[in-house]
Design a protein around this ligand. Structure first.
Ligand code: AMP
Length: 216
């Protein structure tokens, strides 16, 4: 079974939802750098305040900050993880590889979730999130509104401050320029571990495909 996994994909490609499902089914810790940064921000730490300057504009936080938060996590939890939203730049991917080489624990699976941009737009503009447990909901589909209790943990649902029309354009541009090159990086540097899944369809079918890759 795979135990060091990276999930890549544009915003709202279902990385968080699938990572949660894989984490419960396979017992691999789900680590979302976006959620770690939002939690720092909610706690008012200096790292959180610095990160918020970038995230609210739809820009990536500097590599040094993203790497620091992941390194701190690995120091306490060890090299078993399912990263969701990390690495997002080639620099972060190189840094992660260097840390894993030092631990003699290479990555064993990288999955790219692919979703067309018009579907991403539709999902983001309808998305409500729980800042406590990280669950996300399609407001129109599930009949939820801002402030309703999260069906999973009871905390109030919110619209993320970067889930807006203006910020989305920026996030997609950043994804194309900074994160798509990470796919090429893994294709060239880690032959055989990169897989693509069409993530525009049913969550159950995507989960089945991911589970097959986890067991392969
Ligand atoms: P996410 O929850 O994955 O959509 O991330 C939300 C925001 O957090 C992103 O738009 C970035 O501003 C920031 N972020 C999350 N992960 C990273 C990362 N690996 N590198 C840089 N910025 C990140």
């Amino acid at each position: 079974m795979k135990s060091r996994i990276v999930l890549l994909g544009p915003p709202a490609s279902g990385k968080g939802t699938q990572a949660d499902r894989i984490a419960s089914a396979f017992g691999v810790p789900h680590v979302s750098t976006g959620a770690l940064l939002r939690s720092e921000c909610a706690r008012g730490t200096s790292l959180g305040r610095e990160a918020d300057e970038w995230t609210r504009k739809g820009l990536l936080v500097p590599d040094e900050l993203a790497v620091r938060i992941v390194t701190t996590w690995m120091q306490s939890n060890g090299p078993r993880f399912l990263f969701d939203g990390f690495p997002r730049t080639v620099g972060q991917a190189e840094n992660l590889d260097a840390s894993l080489v030092a631990m003699k624990a290479p990555l064993d699976l990288v999955v790219l979730l692919e979703v067309p941009e018009d579907e991403i737009r539709r999902r983001i503009l309808d998305r409500l999130s729980c800042m406590k447990c990280g669950a996300t909901y399609a407001a129109a589909l599930h009949g939820h509104a801002v402030g309703d209790p999260c069906p999973r943990c009871g905390s109030p649902l919110v619209r993320r401050n970067d889930d807006t029309e203006e910020t989305l354009a920026q996030r997609l541009d950043v994804y194309r320029r900074m994160t798509l090159p990470v796919v090429a990086y893994y294709r060239e540097n880690s032959p055989g571990i990169l897989h693509r899944i069409d993530a525009s369809g049913e969550s159950d079918a995507i989960f089945a495909e991911l589970s097959r890759l986890m067991n392969s």
